[in-house]
Design a protein around this ligand. Sequence first.
Ligand SMILES: Cc1ncc(COP(=O)(O)O)c(C=O)c1O
Length: 373
Amino acid sequence: MTEFANRVEQVSISGIREVFEAAGEDAINLGIGQPDFPTPSHARQAAIEAIENGRADAYTSNKGTQSLREAISTKYDREYSLEIDPEDVIATSGGSEALHLVLEAHVDPGQEVIIPDPGFVSYDALTHIAGGTPKPVPLRDDLTLDPATVEEAITDDTAVFVVNSPANPTGAVQSEADMREFARIADEHDVLCLSDEVYEHIVFEGEHHSPMAFAETDNVVVVSACSKTYSMTGWRLGWVAGSNRRIERMLRVHQYGQACASAPAQYAAEAALTGPHEPVDEMVDTFERRRDLVLDGLDDAGLEVPTPSGAFYVMPKVPDGWCDEVLERGVVVVPGDAFGANGEGYARLSYATSTEDLKEALEIIDDATTAVR
Ligand SMILES: Cc1ncc(COP(=O)(O)O)c(C=O)c1O
C-alpha cells in the first residue's frame, strides 16, 4: 500500500492560518505578512500589455526572460555593486520557490540546515521536504543572529546555514560586520550560506548588506522577490542568484517542477525593477512611522521589545496567556512559538495595516496586558 513520504509527514500546515481562522470577522489583523499597498501601476500595466499583445501566452526560458534577468543583474550592480551575470539567476514562483530550489539542490538526507529560531516558518518545513534535518539556533537578545552561534553549530553534516535580514518574524537587521562574518564562515567551513533577502528594501536604520558581497568563494546564494518590496505577494515572482554551477543544479529542480515562473508576473516584475522607485520609498516611510507608533504603544503597555530596523514586524516579549487575551479582545497576533521553540514567550505583530487600526489595536493591547499581569 502506498504510504505518505516521511519527509512530508514531518511537516504540518502553518499554525499562523489557524490563528486567523480563530479570530472573528471584525478582528484587527496584526498577523499579516504582506504590505497593505497596491502593486505600483507601472508594474500592473506591463503585465496587462504583455497579456494583450500575446507576449505572456507562451513559456519563457526556464530561467526566466532574458530582459528580467538583466534587470535583476542591473539591480545588484546598482544597489550593492555586486556583479551577477544574468545567466546566474533563476526567476522563480516567489521567494518561496527560490528557497525550495536552494535546499533541494544542496541538501542530502541526513544533512543539517542551520536555521534561526525564531525564524521564518518555511526554513524548517522546506528542510524536511528536502530530506534534511533542521538545526535551529537561538538569537541574540536583540533578536539578531550571532555568527559565532552559527559557527559553533556547524558539524561535518552541515549543508546549509540560513541568514535572513531584515528578518521575519523579528524585523531585525544584521550589521555589515555580521554579514562579513557569515561570508567568512561560508568560505572557511565550505558550507553554503542561504541569504534570504526578501525584505532587503524595507530598512529604516543603516543599510542592507548581502553576505554575497563579502564572500571569496561561491558559497553564498541570494534569494529575493518582488513580493514585499513592490507589494506583489499575489504575483508570485522571486529569484535566486548564485554561481553558475549552483544555478545549473537548481535549474534541474526548477525545470521539472515549475518549467518557468508565470510569464505575466515576469513582465510585471521587470517593470517594477526598472521603473520609478517612489512607491517603494513612500511605503518604507509609512512603515517607519507605523513602527514608531507601535513601539511607543508597546512601551506604554509596559512590554519589552528590541527596536526592529526593518521589515514590518515587531516581536515583543509577552506574559503568559497574553496572545489568547489579545485575540479574545479582537486583535490577531501570532504567538512566537509558531516560529520555533525559542519564540515561546514572544509574539509577532505585523504593522502592515492602517494607522487607524494600529491605534485601536494598541489600546486593546494595553488593556489586555494589564489584565494578564
Ligand atoms: C523571510 C521570508 N522569506 C521568504 C518569504 C516568501 O516570499 P514569497 O511571498 O515571495 O514567496 C517570506 C514571506 O513571508 C518571508 O517572510
